[in-house]
Design a protein around this ligand. Sequence first.
Ligand SMILES: Cc1ncc(COP(=O)(O)O)c(C=O)c1O
Length: 407
Amino acid sequence: MADKPLLNTYGRLPIIFDHGQGPWLYDTDGHRYFDTFCGIGVSGLGHAHPAVTDAICKQSVKLLHCSNLFHTEVQHKFATTLCEMSGMDGVFLANSGAEANEAAIKLARLYGHNRGIESPVIVVMERSFHGRTLATLSATGNRKVQAGFEPLVSGFSRVAFNDIQALETIAGMNQSVVAVMLEPVQGEGGVNIADHQWMRDVRSLCDRQGWLMILDEVQTGNGRSGHLFAYQGFGVKPDIVTTAKGLGNGFPIGACLAHGDAATTFKPGHHGSTFGGNALACAAALAVLDTLRNDRLFERAGQLGRRMLETLHREFDDADYISDIRGLGLIIGIELTSSCPELVPLAKTQGLLLNVTAECTIRLLPPLTLTDDEADYMIERVVRVIKLYTGDDRPRVVELDNDVTRH
Ligand SMILES: Cc1ncc(COP(=O)(O)O)c(C=O)c1O
């Protein structure tokens, strides 16, 4: 199937998917594939989770949408649950991660203007990713994302990730800083995990300077890190946290949550979205939160992640083509010593959907609902594909066996 009539913005594999179930995706030719990255961290409960499907069906016959100039019960219930579970005071509802981050950036600028800062600056990180809109790609620390879209939005200053000295230096030099924005685990940047001490130091510096601490948990949120939000495991509380991806398990929704002074900064007219927080999205996301909590999936993500890391370390203990294996909950990075984009089509031939980010890091973002057997199956397959690719395991090459009729 050709890209046309879609504009050519993605490098796609030649597979046409028809439906999904749990960690599996089924194509129109009768093959099934194990989805190791859940649509880049979206389907955290697996494909076609019955609680989400049921909530969408029930809400769809009641009310899809009404203007944010009115209230709906489901929006109120979802927002209340999200704030209770996160410990935040309020939330702005959007439709995607980039939109949630746009809200956070606007909020931080307004917070600065309210304090008499004419040109507020937000400090962002090298190797970060915050989205593809103009403000969020300007905040992103990857030239490839920005190139060709200049002039970039001004008002961002960049420092190295996990480097408190760099932030201290900016604090001493720049009186216009209003916020620091970072991902607790840089997903697109190669699964780079924040140091616990650095996170605490950033929090203290923000407190000292009167800066807002903004966490982008678009990818790490919604249970993936082993907590609803990763900051709950780091023992810090941000002023603003954004999320999207797993929040609707595939139904588009984004959220910008705020705490303390940040939560009272926006006033009517400052920000808005026609679709943001519509009844259908809120019903889906409420079902996700209920399922995460009732099925204790935060703990499960932590357990599964540890189990997978153990096996990976054992398998690749003395492999000279692996430079690092790291993870937090169910965000796992396997970094190879060289660029490995060809792993993706190779994995496809083995019935595995694999994601490679930052050139040489395999990023695993599997569902939080995996059984132990499914988790072991996935890791065994991932290991096999890597060994196949690197030539470490030629004798164990197996035939493709993902014909659905055989399962
Ligand atoms: C950390 C982070 N922030 C923001 C985004 C952008 O989210 P969206 O694609 O929903 O706009 C992403 C997407 O990968 C992300 O990983």
